[in-house]
Design a binder for this molecule. Sequence first.
Ligand code: USQ
Length: 426
Amino acid sequence: MRVCEGTLGRILSYDRRLRGTLQGTRFSCPLLLLLLSPTDPGDLMRILILGGDGYLGWPTAMHFSAQGHEVAVVDNYLRRRIARDEDMEPLLQDPNLHDRAQRWKAHSGRDIDVWIRDLATPEACGEVMAAFQPDVVVHYAEQPSAPYSMIRADAARLTLGNNLGVTLNMILAVREHCPDAHIIKLGTMGEYGTPNVDIPEGWFDLEYNGRTDRALFPRQAGSLYHTTKIMDTDLLWYYVRMWGLRVTDLMQGPVYGLVTYENEGIEDLLPAFAYDEIFGTVVNRFVVQAVAGYPLTVYGKGGQTRGYLNLKDTLNCLRLAAENPADKGELRIFNQLTETFSVNDLASKVKTVGDSLGMNVEVKQIENPRKEKEEHYYNPAHTGLLELGLEPHFLTDERVAEMLEFVAKYRDRIAEHRIFRGVKWA
Ligand code: USQ
């Protein structure tokens, strides 16, 4: 692990934080605080989360903070602005980052630094990196919606410009200000598409005309958003080769859920939970649709299979990647998913569980607004994170029931016109 300030500095910094926390509002017992900080003081890191306002960013910030790490978040509220402009706002209240940090402080006694900056501006990116001197940079700061990237020409340009621009600025700023920092980049399983062969974890052995080499597995994205993620991977791989950066690229499938270790039972700390066609992922959408009495929107034949994971598992994957950094000059790739199932499997599970709760769920196959294979082979490897210690939370009937019951408390906030608008791919 990289040590920016040296071991002594780190211990002093930990001691400062410990005493600072003890002066905070909630914890008055040092022993309790130590028990609540599972990380050894010598392993504490400075973790910078780019895109810290998002569905994944804010829970990740709290998770690392709860482990005792020093955490800062940066965001320019791009997702909020798009959601507002497209009338696709999330289900729950969406406090701004300063409010979120204050609420976290009140609950945990811990600080999270907040920077409202546009990382697509090189100066802003450099300013944050120079000031915070991270050991780990978690890069979520991208326009995350595939449908949004396909909606109009201006949205396509924004997605490409923002996602590639921020990634390049981040790389250049890391090299200038903290070249040993471990970059953890959120990629997507959508980079691989749905090939008719097994999918390895990023790399494969290539044999051609009797010669062999190790290469990035072929990528074939299904949306412009997913294509920007391929371009990110290529940018990172280029600079890993040129400058010896240390990078972990997490190829993540669609995430579901909203309860984490840090926010359980505390509504104040829940993340933005989207159920609309632009920002909502399919599991979260089906749960909200079942609660609203809206027929589950299965696109096309419903044989589309993806690799899914619970929000808690995303946090554990990030933690495991940070605790076990890539080497210098390494682009390490993990496929971040815990189980695969089709849209039809998902719909029938939500229906069965919803019906058992008296929801009378209807499932409706509708014309697919996307251009994608609706029946296909899908077999991605995903052993790397399991080998680091990941213990998956699968989408059991009990978990579906918990989500349905949770969302049912907010039923009157569901705006049906946000559920389907039919953004066409072609
Ligand atoms: N789908 C339906 N009905 C719906 C919504 C989606 O049948 O109402 C289908 C889609 O057509 C697709 C599958 O469900 O085949 C997954 O769709 P999704 O909206 O949950 O996921 P996607 O658009 O691919 O994007 C999401 C995140 C993105 C992340 C990606 C991982 O928004 O940030 O990168 O999941 S992956 O899908 O593995 O590429």
